[in-house]
Design a protein around this ligand. Sequence first.
Ligand code: ATP
Length: 300
Amino acid sequence: MSFVTVRVPAKVNVQLAVGPLRDDGFHDLVNVFLAVSVFDEVVAKESETVSVRVEGESADQVPVDDGNLAIQAARALAKHAGRTYGVELVIRKAIPVAGGMAGGSADAAGTLVACNELWGLGLPREDLMEIAADLGSDVPFSLLGGTAVGTGRGEQLTALPVKGTFHWVFAVADGGLSTAKVYAECDRLRAATGEEVAWPQASEPLLRALQEGDARALGAELSNDLQAAAVMLRGSLARTLEAGRERGALGAIVSGSGPTCAFLAADEEHARELAVALTGAGVCRTAVPAHGPVPGASIV
Ligand code: ATP
C-alpha cells in the first residue's frame, strides 16, 4: 500500500466541568464530547523518514517539526510496534488551529489510524486508544468519535447513547487561544473569588437531552467552566455569543478553551441561516455549519 487517507472530526464539548487544580498541574474534568462534521484529512505515504506538511487554512501556524502532534503520534506508534518506520504525512486542515476544537488531537488520532494501515501493523483499536491517551487527553476521543463522556484528564471515555443528529454553527475567530493560558486564567479567576471548586459531574438533564435528541433541552443545558476565562482573555467573544443568541440559537457556548464559539440550531436550515447571519454581523472571521455526532478517525 503506497498511501492511506484518514478523515477525522473536530469536537465540541457540550459540557466541560473543570474540577479543582491537582498536584500534578492538571484538573479533573468531566467532558461531554460530541464529534462534529468539520474534518481534517491526514494522508500517510510511504517514506524512509518521518515528515509532515500542512495544507489549508492557517497552515502556517502549525509546527512541522517534532512539535507537531501527528509526528509524535507516528513515532509513538512505531515505538509501540518496536520498529523504525518512516512516513510522509500530509495534513489538510479544516479544523481551526488553536480554536478549542481539538484539531491537533484529531491529526494525532488520524495519524495513528493511517500509519497502522500503511505499515500493516493490524493493531486493534484498544491498542491505538492506549497510545492515544499518552499523546494527549483529547486524542482518544478523536479516535472514538460519536458522543462520549470523558473523565480524569478527559481520556477515560464512555460512549453515550444519542438520538438523531444535532445541527451547529461554529464561529471561527481570528487567531487562537492557548489552552494552557485559558486554564491558568480559570484558576486565577477562581482564586480571586475564593470559592470552593466543586467536584465535576456530568449533568443528568444534559445526558437526557442527548439521549432523547431534544435540541431545545440540550441548548439550555450547554455549559463550559472555561468560558468565563476565555471571555476574559478575548473580550470580543461576549459579543459573538450574544449575536448568536439574538439570532435564535438554542444555545451558545465557547467551544473548549475557545476562541471558537458553538451555536446549537433547531435544524439544518436554521444552522445555514445562522451561519450567514453571524458572518454578516462581523462578529467572527467565518461561521461554519456542521452536524454531529459523526464517527471518529476513519479511513476513506
Ligand atoms: P484543544 O481543543 O484540544 O484544547 P485546540 O483545538 O485549541 O486544542 P490545536 O489546534 O490542537 O488547539 O492546537 C494547539 C497548538 O498545538 C497549536 O497552536 C500548535 O502550535 C500545536 N500543534 C501541534 N500539532 C498540531 C497540529 N497537527 N494541528 C494543529 N496544531 C498543532
